[in-house]
Design a protein around this ligand. Structure first.
Ligand code: DX5
Ligand code: ZN
Length: 229
C-alpha cells in the first residue's frame, strides 16, 4: 500500500466559484482534485464537460483526477485528456471492451483507472488489472454527493488488495471514520466531497482522512459502520 492520498470532489463545491474552491483545497493540503463527469445517461445526473477541466487546468498544480460516469468513455474520454486531465477513470460497466478503452487512454499519456459500481464484482477487472493504474471502488451508488457510505464495500476493497498492486480509490460517503475503515481494508486514495467542502477547517478534515487510524469507536452503533460520521 502506498501512502494515503486525498482527492476532494468538486461536486460539493460552490459551482459559481470553482477556481477559488480548487485553490482552497490545494492550500488545505489536497493531493489531487477529483472531477465527477455525469452524462444523465449512465447516471441520472448531469455535471461538467471538458470545458470545466480546461478552465481549471491553469488554476492548480495538482493532478486533475477525472471520474467519468458516462455511457461512452471511448468517445468522450480523449476530450478530457486534451482538456488537461492527468488521470481518467471510466466505469467498467460502461466499457464495451475494457482493453480497448484502457489502451485508447494510455496512448494519450494519462494514468488510467477503472471504476466499479457497488453491484459490480471486482473480478470483472481481473484480465486487465496489470494494465490499470487505479481501481475505484464506489462506496455509494454513483450519481450524487452526500450519500451514506456502504460498509458492504469493505470486503471488495480487501479482496482486491490481495491481488492488486496499483492504487485503490474509494469514493462516496468518505469521512474521518469511513476513511479509516477503507484504509484498514487496503485503500490508498480517499475521495471526499461533502466532508471536505462543508468542513469548518478543510486542512484538519484532509489531515483526518490521511491519518487512517481514527478510532471507529465514536461511530454510532445504530446502522452499523454506514452510520459513522
Ligand atoms: C458520486 C461521486 C462522488 C461524490 C462523493 O457519484 O463519484 O465523487 O462527489 O460525494 P460525497 O463525498 O459527498 O459522498
Ligand atoms: Zn467521483
Amino acid at each position: 500500500m502506498s501512502e494515503v492520498k486525498v482527492a476532494p470532489s468538486l461536486l460539493s463545491a460552490d459551482f459559481g466559484r470553482l477556481g477559488e474552491e480548487t485553490r482552497r483545497m490545494e492550500q488545505a493540503g489536497a493531493d489531487w482534485i477529483h472531477l465527477d463527469v455525469m452524462d444523465g445517461h449512465f447516471v441520472p445526473n448531469l455535471t461538467i464537460g471538458p470545458q470545466v477541466v480546461r478552465a481549471l487546468r491553469p488554476i492548480t498544480k495538482l493532478p486533475l483526477d477525472v471520474h467519468l460516469m458516462i455511457a461512452d468513455p471511448d468517445a468522450y474520454g480523449p476530450q478530457f485528456v486534451q482538456a488537461g486531465a492527468d488521470r481518467v477513470t471510466f466505469h467498467a460497466e460502461a466499457a464495451e471492451d475494457l482493453s480497448r478503452t484502457i489502451a485508447g487512454l494510455k496512448k494519450q499519456g494519462v494514468k488510467v483507472g477503472a471504476a466499479l459500481r457497488p453491484q459490480t464484482d471486482w473480478q470483472v477487472l481481473k484480465p486487465v488489472l496489470d494494465r490499470l493504474d487505479l481501481v475505484l471502488v464506489m462506496t455509494v451508488n454513483p450519481g450524487f454527493g452526500g450519500q451514506a457510505f456502504m460498509s458492504q464495500m469493505l470486503p471488495k476493497v480487501r479482496a482486491l488488495r490481495q491481488v492488486y498492486k496499483g492504487l485503490i480509490q474509494v469514493d462516496g460517503g468518505i469521512n474521518g471514520q469511513t476513511a479509516a475503515l477503507c484504509r484498514q481494508a487496503g485503500a490508498d486514495v480517499m475521495v471526499a466531497g461533502t466532508y471536505l467542502f462543508k468542513a469548518a477547517d478543510p486542512k484538519e478534515a484532509i489531515a483526518s482522512l490521511r491519518a487512517g487510524n481514527v478510532s471507529v469507536k465514536s461511530c454510532s452503533k445504530k446502522g452499523g459502520e454506514g452510520a459513522c460520521g
